[in-house]
Ligand binder design. Structure first.
Ligand SMILES: [Zn+2]
Length: 298
């Protein structure tokens, strides 16, 4: 008769011990979670990214299908991306599948291999006109044009089309070709691809003279290393915090798999800048410039 209460009190004590350890475990889990959240916030790993330089050309669909591209973008924390594709169909497929993610841009290229020939090819204009009538875009580009070639008839007519449709120009060019395009259309809004791979002083000079020039930093690494921003570039970023954007440049299909790594690398060096500047370059500039274009096309 005495055994029963003894047994019961043992199991009660056992239950209390169990609850005690469960509580300790839960508290430790909570502490670990809070630490992870805090450290990820401190590192800025939750910083949204506007990727201003992506391509999804006709040879990319089989290598990286549409669903995979969208999943890559979402997992990498890409808020939105300016996407173009040779042949245009690639970015159309992406836009249809994820209209909230893709800001469409129209390239003057129909297939690979036109980088060095398009600006002497009259049929490019008919191709652009046909697509501009059919679809909505935020920009024309990315295209490659250097020096005096920017003043040839085909690029000139392309700039006229951008003016007529109120579109950005995404220009992979030297400083000379950028200046020539501004002479053709002083109010042009130009996104200078890779900031022309030019030196920070040259980029700053152009930005000073052209209030409607912006730069993407795609495929360049000279502005930061080991999570530290280069001193000369820092000066330019602080003088023009509203003129830069990051971009991965998926110029070959395989580079789509590099998008998350590039976003992580961008967050790392951006963390070395003041918070407002970091956010502007990471996503606010892209969103301000291209977000409205996207809303118009909804
Ligand atoms: Zn590109």
């Amino acid at each position: 008769m005495e055994r029963k209460p003894v047994k019961s009190s043992t199991s009660e004590r056992g239950g209390e011990t169990l609850i005690f350890w469960v509580r300790i475990y839960a508290m430790r889990r909570l502490a670990v979670l809070a630490f992870l959240l805090f450290s990820s916030f401190a590192r800025g790993s939750d910083l949204p990214i506007f990727d201003a330089h992506l391509h999804y050309s006709h040879d990319a669909w089989d290598v990286v299908p549409v669903e995979e591209v969208i999943s890559i973008l979402r997992k990498a924390g890409i808020k939105r991306a300016l996407v173009s594709s040779s042949g245009d169909e690639g970015q159309q497929r992406l836009s249809r599948a994820a209209p909230d993610l893709v800001v469409p841009s129209l390239r003057p290229y129909r297939r690979r291999g036109e980088i060095g020939t398009w600006f002497r090819d009259d049929s490019v204009i008919a191709y652009l006109e046909e697509h501009l009538k059919k679809n909505r875009y935020a920009a024309i580009g990315e295209y490659h044009i250097y020096g005096a070639d920017a003043d040839l008839p085909v690029p000139r007519r392309m700039v006229e089309l951008a003016r007529r449709y109120g579109l950005f120009l995404h220009s992979h060019s030297d400083a000379d070709a950028i200046e020539r395009q501004f002479r053709q259309w002083p109010q042009a809004r130009i996104l200078w691809a890779h900031a022309g791979f030019d030196r920070p002083e040259v980029v700053a000079d152009l930005l000073r003279r052209h209030p409607t020039l912006w730069c993407d930093l795609a495929f360049r690494t000279d502005h930061a290393s080991g999570g530290k921003v280069d001193a000369a570039w820092r000066k330019v970023f602080l003088e023009f915090p509203d003129r830069f954007m990051v971009g991965t440049d998926s110029f070959t299909p395989e580079r789509w798999h590099y998008v998350p790594e590039h976003a992580a690398w961008s967050r790392e060096w951006l963390a070395d800048l003041p918070r407002e500047v970091r956010e502007q370059i990471a996503w606010k500039n892209g969103e301000r410039l291209f977000g409205s274009a996207l809303r118009r096309s909804d």
